[in-house]
Structures are given as structure tokens and as C-alpha cells.
Design a protein around this ligand. Sequence first.
Ligand code: S2G
Ligand code: ZN
Length: 467
Amino acid sequence: MTDVIEGLGRIVGQQHVITDKQKSAIYTEEPRGRYASDCLAVVLPETTEEVAEIVKFCGQQNLALVPQGGNTGAMGGAVANKDQLIVNFKRLNKIIEVNPTDYTMTVQAGCILANIQETAKRHDRLFPLSLGAQGSCQIGGNLATNAGGINVLHYGNTRDLVLGIEVVLSNGKISHGLNALRKNNTGYDLKNLFIGCEGTLGIITAAVLKLFPYPKGQVVSLTGLESIDSGVALLSRLKFASSDRLTTFELMSQIAVETAVKHIHGQTDPFDKPYPWYILAIVHSSEQDSHLKHHIEDTLATALGDGLIKDAVIAQNQTQAQRLILLREDIVEAQKFIGGSIKHDVSVPVSKVSEFMAHAYRTVKAFMPNALPYPYGHLGDGNIHFNISQPADMGKEKFLENWKAINTLMHDITHDYQGSFSAEHGIGISKLDEMDKYKDQTEMELYRQIKKLLDPKGLLNPGKMLR
Ligand code: S2G
Ligand code: ZN
């Protein structure tokens, strides 16, 4: 143990090797409180070369390591045990270059997502990855899990926002793949193999990100609807009305909005009466485009007139826009006020969302009549967080004992609708059973062969993603 700690200290400086349990607590705290985590030590490298030296050293010591970003992941992807090393990238946090002409930004893995967004904005550019944890998650973690968020509809997942990556391999070699070209058709697409691998094939230490024109204007609206079907119809109307500049199309259930209004300070009911469903829609425009706003207003007015939607409000200024966007953020936090929540991160084809949710609702209610479905999410790309809140007549612990049983019900239904049991949060240790149960076995065999090739000693984030 002492040799290991001293050996790591020689690489990063002893003060950046944490063994004290109190000091390492922030790194071993699992965000959803579902898994215990521990570690031999936490090490905080400042350069890619230090990461490479750490990996080499771990290889010599046969020491497993768990790469960790902001530790905001929902799937247990960054939990460790007492014999493993947590390598946290908070010191590897330089913005290497911003190139407004090329619309690129080169960043190190430890950069906080919100800092990347703000840096882009200062250059009149947009880095569109946007999700609840952006104030503390690191881009390295977003890359490792191919994070989604609320702008996938128009800008894609993290994979779609990256031109090149630098990776430290399990043998300590550095793959210098910081490509900044839009077209570079040379060799296999290693970038997209490492993005989303959750640190199990290699450690992403830097990336060249795509930037976009900063939207000078945005049209933010909230609508009240009676059905998901009308929401899906509205999606198409707004796609056409905005010339496909619809960036965000988020669904909120009545229980979610009511719970946020009731428990989150400052939240108010957006309409004068409740509706079964609400949609937050955001359209980006690069110019202060009043025509676009009028066009969206006309589209919503027509939808009101023909009964597709029951109410609508369009933000008249940035303050009103922020309030509507905050409502979507607050429904996540609000779940905690009504007890335990069994989470889902599923996606189905948009055309099947309505039927899927009705089926899911019936199935959960048949299994646990007093359970409270609390669905919300990214209707625009078919990704629904069909979370289930605890029944009023059941204790939290007792309720959460049903996590696996309810997950199985939900994931079976998702599979029946040709959906995915993990749309954006990744696999970690939470969905290993699902990988074995639902994934094509030929693909799983390929995954294992790739893991064996790229991590022959099995030291890179062992037990995550694959058994
Ligand atoms: C969302 C956030 C994570 C969660 O709000 O879209 O991805 O716990 C989620 O639901
Ligand atoms: Zn989400």
C-alpha cells in the first residue's frame, strides 16, 4: 500500500494523492445513494502525461482504476471498491483552444460543462450539450457516457458534438486523436468506440468539440395538452414551423408539474387550470428573428383553434423564458419531496411513445396499484424518464426494494416496443442484467473481444458496462 501511494505521489505530487477517508468522501459518494463506494486512494492528475504514467503504474501494480469526472452519473459508473484507485480529472481542466472560425473548442476532460458553455458564449458560439448536472459534471464524464440532455433533438448526443479525442490506453500509450477537421476519412472510427465506453476501453483526456453560432434569439413556449398523441402531432408542426430549428421538446406530466409547483420555492402554475401533459418547446434562431416568433405564435394559435392543444404561453422576454425552462429542471428535484423514486431512462420510437406509456402505466398499476407514475423527458427524441414514485401507503425502503422488479417490467415493455433500456445515462453497474438479457449476443461477444484486446488485464473501470 505504502509503495503504491508513494509511487503515485512521485507522478502527481503527494498532495494530490488522497487516502484520508473523510477527504475522499466526496469522490466515493454515489449520486443516487444506491451503491456503496470506496477506494484505495483518489489521485488527481493535472496532465495527460500524468494520466498515462498513472495507468502504466497501475498496470505494473495490477491495480484497477476507476476514471471519474464530476461524479454526477446515475448508473454507478464511477463507484469503486477499497482495492481500486479513483482517478479524478478535476485538475485536468484546461480549455486548450477556442477557434471561432473553425467552430471548434479543444478542452481537457476535467472541464466543467457549464464552463465550456460559457467560454463558447464569450466567443459568440454555442456548445449545445445541456443537462441538469451541467454545473458540476465534467466533459470527460459526458464523453464517457455519450450524454444526452435537452438539445439532442437538434444537435445530437455527445458523440455528434465531437471531432476528435485524446485517449490514454490501458498500456499507458497516448492516442493523439485531437482531429479538428470536419472531414477526415482515414482509418476506423476509434473516436466513437471510446466515446460512450465509460472508461472501460481507454481514458479520454481531451477532446475537440464542435461549436455552433450562438442563437441570438430563441422562442420558448409551454403548452398544456390532453394527450401524448397531441404532443407528438405538435412536434411535427413545430419542426416545420421552425424550419427544423426546434432544439428542445420536453414532456412533463401533470404530477411532475404539480409537485414542482407545490414543493419548489418560487415555482408557480403556468396556467389557470391543470392539464394531463405539458410540453416545453425551444426554437433557436441565430438572428433576433421576430418573424420566427410570430410564426410559432401562429402555429400554436392554429393548434389551439383545432383543439390539438388546450393552452399555450410564449415567453415574451428572457426572464419568462428562464422561468419556463426552470420548471422542466425543477420537476427532477421535486421527485424527492414525494418519497422514493424508481428511475427509468428508456427510449422508444416517437411514433410509439403514446402506446408505450399507456402500456407502462397499466403494467405498473397492475403490479403496485398505489404506485405513482411520474413520467417526464425528451419526447422529441423518444427518451422518457418513466419514473415511479412511492405509494403514500408504503415506506421508502420497502418501496425501493421493488426497484429491480419494476425495472424488469418497464424494460420488458420497452424491449417489446423496439426501445432501449438506456437512452442517455449509460450502463455503469446498474444495467448489467439488461445488457445480458436484451442485447444481441453476437454484439455482446464483440464487446468482450474488444474489451479483451484494449484492456487485457481488465484494470480499466472493471465490472462496468460488461460483466
Ligand atoms: C433529465 C436527469 C437525471 C434524472 O432530467 O432529463 O436525464 O435523474 C434526466 O432523471
Ligand atoms: Zn434526461
